[in-house]
Write a new protein. Structure first.
Length: 164
């Protein structure tokens, strides 16, 4: 087993954990929260997201670790085995960084920050409903996209490992 294989295994592990996390949101957390009334939904999401936003250490280790491991894999592959032999790894890594992490940074974090600012005690039912709809539709849509991408990337990294 060489250094690239070790980085690939680490990337597979961490990307799999990230995939599981966002997949759980897609199939359990958000469908569960969707059954709540608007005020309860917003408050429940705020409380859950607050744990993540407060840099929960294990979550941060996995989430940021996946970025570092994928970047390390891409760079090390180019340095050790050359760019032409690393092309698939570079493509897959880039898709992960933009399709999962980029969507998170560009779409989910701003949406999460926006919903964190909603004061559920001060808004009337109509405004709470509007805030929820504006948040929930877009959040779920892009979470489904990043979940599919994350699953595909993890699968492709496994294929690359098998062929090494």
């Amino acid at each position: 087993m060489n250094f690239i294989d070790i980085l690939l295994i680490l990337s597979i592990l961490l990307c799999s954990l990230v995939t599981g996390f966002i997949f759980t949101y897609a199939i359990v957390v958000m469908p569960g929260l969707s059954k709540l009334k608007d005020k309860e939904f917003i408050r429940a999401f705020q409380v859950t997201d607050e744990i993540i936003q407060n840099n929960q250490p294990i979550f941060m280790l996995i989430w940021v670790g996946s970025i570092i491991s994928v970047l390390s894999l891409m760079i090390s592959s180019v340095i050790i085995i050359g760019i032409s032999e690393s092309l698939l790894t570079i493509i897959i890594g880039t898709i992960y960084l933009f399709g999962v992490q980029g969507v998170t940074i560009g779409i989910h974090l701003p949406l999460n920050n926006q919903i964190q600012k909603v004061n559920t005690e001060e808004l009337d039912d109509q405004k709470l409903h509007e805030e929820r709809l504006n948040f929930e539709r877009k959040w779920n849509f892009f979470n489904n996209i990043r979940t599919i991408i994350a699953f595909f990337i993890t699968l492709m990294f496994i294929v690359i490992l098998k062929n090494n």
